[in-house]
Design a protein around this ligand. Sequence first.
Ligand code: ATP
Ligand code: MG
Length: 188
Amino acid sequence: MRDSGLTLWFTGLSGAGKTTISKAVALELKKRDCKVEILDGDIIRTYLCKGLGFSKEDRDENIRRIGFVASLLSRNNVIAIVAAISPYRSTREEARQLSENFCEVYVKAPLDLCASRDVKGLYAKAKAGEIQNFTGISDPYEPPINPEIICNTEEESVQESVNKVILYLAKEGYILVPYNEQIIECAI
Ligand SMILES: Nc1ncnc2c1ncn2[C@@H]1O[C@H](COP(=O)(O)OP(=O)(O)OP(=O)(O)O)[C@@H](O)[C@H]1O
Ligand SMILES: [Mg+2]
């Protein structure tokens, strides 16, 4: 069992499922008595990063601040779960360098599917030109090249994605392995 925390970084398009999966993963980890904190992009932008916009510079600053806080938490044995679009590969790599233990989870879903989910109604606005710099529509998204985990939310259920993450953390020794039956079933 490792004695240190971890930065568990979920990246992907808006609507891909980062918040949904990260909350469910946090619940599973809390059941195992892990110390967990979620740094969700939307909430962070309301507090720590209030005032930052969506230019490349501001997006990078947003991610740097999140990466810094995650590194502080993870070095104090917390599993810091980040759920942020984090569109730029090089900025995610910077975040990786800050935390001794880092795991990148690519929450993968096709743009059309994310747009059809349109959880916040933002894709419709972006397509209508009412929102500028919208990732996937009018701003880039650079997918990870070699993420530790891929959650393909077009094909997997939320539970399958959660199991995948929990199994990875167990395999890497970040958490103990008190499997529940559901997880074993999905792992086979
Ligand atoms: N397999 C799946 N995994 C995750 N979410 C799924 C899955 N299938 C359907 N969904 C749905 O997709 C939506 C994903 O929304 P969510 O808010 O989690 O996205 P997000 O990546 O956090 O977006 P944003 O970057 O805008 O915050 C939810 O409504 C969720 O119920
Ligand atoms: Mg979200």
